[in-house]
Design a protein around this ligand. Structure first.
Ligand SMILES: [Zn+2]
Length: 195
């Protein structure tokens, strides 16, 4: 079994040594500090749960483990998708809008899908402590391009220089993660060299 580390994603990414290692590791993003029961991801103070998983294999298996535990505590809804896209977003918004007050939202998948889903949940009014997410593959991440204002998935990490898929500019990925947008700010890497 893979060990699941509980760390703050902002810290983890800032100190991640290489894309290969980032890809290999499994980490829990848990923005509030949880105390007690370190072995479980399910917030046992919840009485309804919305579980969202992306992809099959390991991610679906983790979701099933959460479901088994959450089912003992209350009502559970499971949404599973291959990736986040326009249709996924529509279904997620619908589920979030109809979920009960105080629902615990648990998300597992690739970094791009997870961060975008966390942002949707927060936009729908979920509190930080009500959302728990698990990134099982951090090889990609969402960037928000300061120039074309598009949100895109790129392979890379903070500090890397990449090509914005939307406008083709060479952009640098900054450490600033916007919780509202669910993406990292990226801006022109060559701007400082311009006259
Ligand atoms: Zn762009």
């Amino acid at each position: 079994m893979k060990t699941i580390m509980k760390v703050d994603i902002r810290t983890r990414i800032a100190s991640a040594p290489s894309p290969a290692l980032r890809q290999a590791e499994t980490a829990v993003q848990n923005l509030n500090t949880r105390t007690g029961r370190p072995d479980t991801a399910v917030d046992r103070s919840g009485n309804s749960f919305l579980i969202v998983s992306f992809g099959s294999g390991e991610n679906a298996a983790l979701a099933r483990a959460w479901i088994a535990e959450a089912a003992e505590l209350g009502q559970v809804q499971w949404l599973t998708f291959s990736e986040i896209n326009a249709e996924t977003r529509r279904q997620l918004r619908q589920a979030l809008a109809s979920s009960l007050n105080g629902v615990r939202i648990m998300i597992v998948g690739r970094q791009f899908d997870v961060l975008q889903t966390v942002a949707l949940a927060r936009a729908a009014g979920a509190l930080e402590k009500e959302v728990l997410s698990l990134v099982t593959n951090a090889v990609d991440l969402p960037i928000y391009c300061a120039h074309c204002r598009a949100t895109s998935s790129v392979v890379g990490g903070v500090g890397d220089v990449v090509t914005c898929p939307a406008c083709d500019r060479t952009v640098e990925i900054h450490a600033h993660l916007s919780g509202v947008r669910g993406s990292y700010l990226a801006s022109d890497a060559l701007a400082r060299e311009l006259p």
